[in-house]
Structure formats: structure tokens, C-alpha cells
Design a protein around this ligand. Structure first.
Ligand SMILES: [Ca+2]
Length: 207
């Protein structure tokens, strides 16, 4: 039976495994229509919230958003993260890799319409413990949406649409056995403090 299951998995091509825990942000329950402000103290399952060292200013909190809080569906199921809480924030997760193996990162992002102005963020992959040296990175920037909520499909709007989330994907080659990924709001507080880039469906798979 064990052999049969193994053969079936091989035939069906089911071999890739998501190395990220709680990449869909569904583990910690948030009431529909509400959001929870997350800091290092109250935490987010699988993720470190905050900067990695004291020399990095701010990056203190994010919002875990529940279904309908922005009147639009999330990338996957009901919940997602807004990288700008009361101030700009950052989330990081460490995962195990094989040196010199290649991996693919995928996630979805959108813009919180309540921000009022554009929002920027970084997604960085780095060797654990060296956040200043990126193995690979992507800069995410989305402009302000129109008040009608219909002109930019990259932004969460009052118009419920399947197109408000954009998928990003990129590859990297691991340099060791401990690798990290971080999503970091890039807005300078306080003028762009809340209403940042939204993140959902984070996945990293070995190629
Ligand atoms: Ca989700």
C-alpha cells in the first residue's frame, strides 16, 4: 500500500511541498469584518513580527485582516496581512533549505484602499541572520486607487472582484541550510503609516 501511494504521488506529480508555515494567514482566527493588530508581543503563527535588529527604525506592527474587513476577498480564503499596522511593519519566517538547491517563491499582493496614497514594500530572501544581504528580492509598489474603486485591479476596492490580487513569483538559489523570507513595509512614517501593501498565499517550494 505504501508503495502504491508513493507511485500514485509520483504519477500525479505531487512532490513539491510548501516550506512556509501559515503562508495563507488563516491559522490565527480573526472575526469577519475585523482586524487584529499584530506586534512581536502578541505574534503571528509561523512569523516573526518586527525588525531583526534595533538599528532598523520602526517596522513595529502589521494587521491581520479578517474576511470582509476591506470589502473584498483575500487571495486565499478569508484572511491576509496588511504590512502597515499603526506604523509600517515587517514579517519574517525562517525555513530549511539545501545549499545550492533552487526554489520558487510565490505570493499575492494588493493595496489597502484605506491608505489614501500609494504604498511600497520589499520582499527579501536572505541567509538567516544576515537580513542586509539579499539572495533575491522584489520591490512592490502600488499607487493610490481612485475613489470609485474601479480603475486599478491591483488594489482592494469596494468592488468585490477576483482580480484585486496580483501574483508575484521569483526564484532563488539557496546558499546554506537556513534561509529566511521577509516582507517589509517601505513607507516612511508617519504620513504613510497605515493602509499598506496586503500579502497573502506565501509559498516557497524546491524546484
Ligand atoms: Ca489568506
Amino acid at each position: 500500500m505504501k508503495k502504491l501511494v508513493s507511485i500514485l504521488f509520483t504519477v500525479c506529480g505531487i512532490s513539491a511541498q510548501n516550506l512556509i508555515t501559515n503562508g495563507d494567514f488563516e491559522t490565527d482566527a480573526v472575526s469577519a469584518g475585523a482586524f487584529s493588530r499584530i506586534t512581536t508581543t502578541n505574534g503571528l503563527t509561523g512569523w516573526w513580527v518586527g525588525a531583526d535588529n534595533s538599528s532598523t527604525p520602526a517596522l513595529v506592527d502589521v494587521d491581520l485582516c479578517g474576511e470582509g474587513v476591506l470589502a473584498a476577498p483575500s487571495g486565499n480564503a478569508t484572511q491576509f496581512v496588511d504590512l502597515n499596522g499603526l506604523e509600517r511593519g515587517r514579517i519574517r519566517q525562517d525555513f530549511t533549505t539545501t545549499g545550492a538547491a533552487t526554489y520558487t517563491v510565490t505570493f499575492k499582493y494588493a493595496k489597502n484602499r484605506n491608505g489614501g496614497i500609494g504604498a511600497d514594500a520589499w520582499c527579501r530572501v536572505f541567509e538567516t541572520g544576515t537580513p542586509g544581504i539579499a539572495i533575491a528580492s522584489r520591490f512592490l509598489t502600488l499607487p493610490v486607487m481612485s475613489t470609485s474603486g474601479t480603475t486599478d485591479t491591483n488594489q482592494v476596492s469596494t468592488v468585490v472582484s477576483a482580480n484585486v490580487w496580483t501574483e508575484a513569483t521569483f526564484g532563488f538559489t539557496a546558499t546554506g541550510t537556513a534561509t529566511s523570507i521577509a516582507f517589509e513595509a517601505n513607507n516612511a512614517p508617519p504620513e504613510k503609516a497605515s493602509g499598506g501593501i496586503l500579502i497573502d498565499d506565501v509559498s516557497i517550494e524546491e524546484d
